[in-house]
Write a protein that binds this ligand. Structure first.
Ligand code: ZN
Length: 113
């Protein structure tokens, strides 16, 4: 097997197979396979801990954060969030609902305890 063939196998299999299996197939050490993959810019597959369930900390479940750009009222255009901040400034993030950004719309509509 040539070096190029080895590289091809590593490239093809590195993300799907455990390194040890690839190393066995190529007759190389695991560290040689890992080194080769690194030089090709490949990433190992993640070890799959405890079954196939996802862990519950995905970022998509989080409430959206808005990019606040404090603006005075006369600078505030119609599509910007009208949530008042300190002083005479308003939020200024892109408004998504009514005249508020997602974050401030929630704040306006969630009852306080
Ligand atoms: Zn806002």
């Amino acid at each position: 097997m040539t070096r190029d063939e080895m590289r091809e196998i590593v490239r093809r299999d590195y993300t799907d197979r455990v390194v040890r299996d690839i190393a066995d197939e190529l007759g190389l050490s695991r560290s040689a396979v890992i080194g080769m993959a690194h030089r090709m810019g490949l990433r190992a597959r993640r070890p799959n801990r405890g079954g196939n369930g996802r862990r519950g900390e995905g970022t998509s479940a989080r409430a959206p954060m808005s990019v606040i750009r404090p603006q005075a009222l006369f600078d505030l255009h119609a599509g910007a969030c009208h949530w008042p901040l300190a002083g005479d400034l308003f939020c200024g993030a892109p408004a998504t609902r009514e005249h508020y950004c997602a974050m401030h719309w929630r704040r306006a509509h969630v009852r306080r305890g």
